[in-house]
Design a protein around this ligand. Structure first.
Ligand SMILES: [Zn+2]
Length: 218
């Protein structure tokens, strides 16, 4: 579907500018307006066949770039902007999160703060331990040997190995150097009476039952 858009002098708004008052009216009129699914579909359809010439694209891009550059907004404009974000203009205005959602948000924030270096599969294993009431330490250094991802007192070291980084052959990665390094670490730990458990990332995704059994059997 192609559409002809009136541009330039043919456009009824050509050369005209909307007053702030009119803009405000339009904005208020649109507030809280929700498009029906039917309307959204039509809108999307109408945009599909639309093609812009390269020149037009360039103009658009320039107009977006320069629009607010170096411009200072008046107090009035700033107030309007702020109202859009915080007042009734915000779709969340007057609504409250449920306790459940709040907890989720809290958890998310916590994991952002402290788990920067923790991978997803590792977090998953940790949550299984937590759910089973197992206490553990994260990245506890075992003098001179390694820092297990998870350590359970008195002597259990759990490593959650990413398939790529640890050269998992099953997943088609090859890293003999890393394999050997890991094996040496295991050996050293076992010599000092530590119990070593390695969990492959792919097992967490594909065979979680096995992982859980391994962990619970500790
Ligand atoms: Zn793998």
């Amino acid at each position: 579907m192609t559409r002809i858009y009136k541009t330039g002098k043919d456009h009824h708004q050509y050369g005209k500018h909307l007053s702030m008052e009119t803009k405000e009216k339009i904005r208020k009129g649109n507030l809280g307006n929700k498009l029906t699914d039917e309307q959204k579909k039509r809108h999307s359809e109408s945009l599909k066949g639309r093609k812009f010439s390269n020149e037009h694209k360039k103009n658009l891009s320039n107009s977006l770039k320069d629009k607010n550059k170096g411009k200072k907004r008046t107090k009035e404009q700033r107030k309007i902007m702020s109202e859009i974000n915080t007042g009734k203009g915000n779709p969340f205005y007057g609504k409250k999160h449920t306790e459940e959602t709040k907890q989720k948000l809290r958890d998310a924030r916590l994991s952002q703060k402290f788990d920067k270096n923790t991978t997803k599969p590792e977090r998953f294993i940790r949550s299984i331990l937590t759910l089973n009431g197992v206490k553990y330490e994260v990245n506890k250094p075992i003098t001179g040997i390694a820092e297990p991802d998870i350590f359970i007192k008195p002597n259990i070291c759990i490593f959650v190995d990413g398939c790529y980084w640890h050269g998992c052959i099953k997943c088609g990665y090859n890293n003999k150097e890393k394999n050997l390094k890991d094996k040496n670490v295991d050996k050293k730990l076992r010599l000092k009476n530590y119990k070593v458990i390695r969990i492959w990332e792919h097992d967490i995704y594909r065979n979680i039952n096995k992982c859980v059994k391994n962990l619970i059997g500790l």
